[in-house]
Design a protein around this ligand. Structure first.
Ligand code: DGL
Length: 262
């Protein structure tokens, strides 16, 4: 078996939830994880800027390192950036989009799509709902505060359950399945279940993405001693606490690699 390196991209630590699922399926794949914290949160960034930053940052890394496959581990970016990025690169690009289809297949009462403010307005998202949730009510909830909570949790700052309950309140009683349509949210699964109750099933795209990556890489995933490198675009908040969590997951020390002008 030969070696393979995947490049994972997000605005912050959210993509680590997808990394978790990929690592479970492909424990011998190398990973370079990059996040554009300088422009965080992506859920509030102008679409043109998001597309241009993602394309520039990802293609810079692909040109610098030996990358076999890219995972855009961010729903907010994936819903708009994939066509442009696929035009730029000659390696496979896997995107993460809200798991509307499996969620609506499981729902009896209704589906809640919990995502960033940008993702819930995207044409791509509304097309997914139109195509795959024909007989199901889908309630949309966009929140950046939830994204911040996940960032804080990785910095060892506990989640305020009262605040979380307040954010999720509009979904109460209306849904039995919640789509975690932002890669940050699976990091808050336990807390979301504590607040919504275990009768609400939480669905995310992580496992499906891991299966797709496995399929695309084929046999090329055999590093005995895989390396997990991590970079960001600017000095991160509470770096030492964040590093402690990253080290636990197996990542090397976080390095700043600014977005270069082209
Ligand atoms: N993790 C991202 C997503 O899946 C974006 C969060 C943000 O920066 O707003 O949508």
């Amino acid at each position: 078996m030969s070696k393979a390196t995947i490049l994972m991209f997000d605005s912050g630590v959210g993509g680590l939830s997808v990394f978790h699922d990929i690592k479970a399926k492909l424990p011998r794949v190398n990973c370079t994880y990059i996040f554009d914290n300088q422009a965080y949160p992506y859920g509030e960034l102008a679409q043109d800027e998001l597309i241009s930053r993602t394309c520039r940052y990802v293609s810079q890394f692909v040109a610098l390192y030996d990358i076999d496959l890219v995972v855009i581990a961010c729903n907010t970016a994936s819903t708009v950036v994939l066509p442009a990025l696929r035009q730029l690169l000659s390696i496979p690009v896997v995107g993460v989009v809200p798991a509307i289809k499996p969620a609506s297949q499981r729902a009896h009462i209704g589906v809640g799509l919990i995502a960033t403010p940008a993702t819930i307005t995207r044409q791509y998202t509304h097309q997914l709902i139109k195509s795959f949730a024909t007989d199901t009510d889908v309630h949309l909830l966009g929140s950046t505060a939830l994204v911040d909570m996940a960032e804080n949790k990785l910095r060892n700052i506990p989640v305020d359950l009262k605040e979380l309950a307040g954010i999720l309140e509009p979904l109460n009683g209306n849904i039995d399945v919640a789509v975690l349509g932002c890669t940050h949210f699976p990091l808050l699964k336990e807390e979301i279940t504590q607040v919504m109750g275990d009768k609400v099933v939480l669905v995310d795209s992580g496992e499906a993405i891991a299966r797709r990556v496995e399929f695309l890489l084929g046999d090329a995933v055999g590093d005995e001693n895989p390396k997990y490198n991590i970079y960001c675009t600017s000095e991160p908040e509470s770096k030492a606490r964040l590093q402690a969590s990253l080290t636990k997951i197996g990542f090397s020390s976080l390095k700043i690699h600014p977005l270069l002008d082209v």
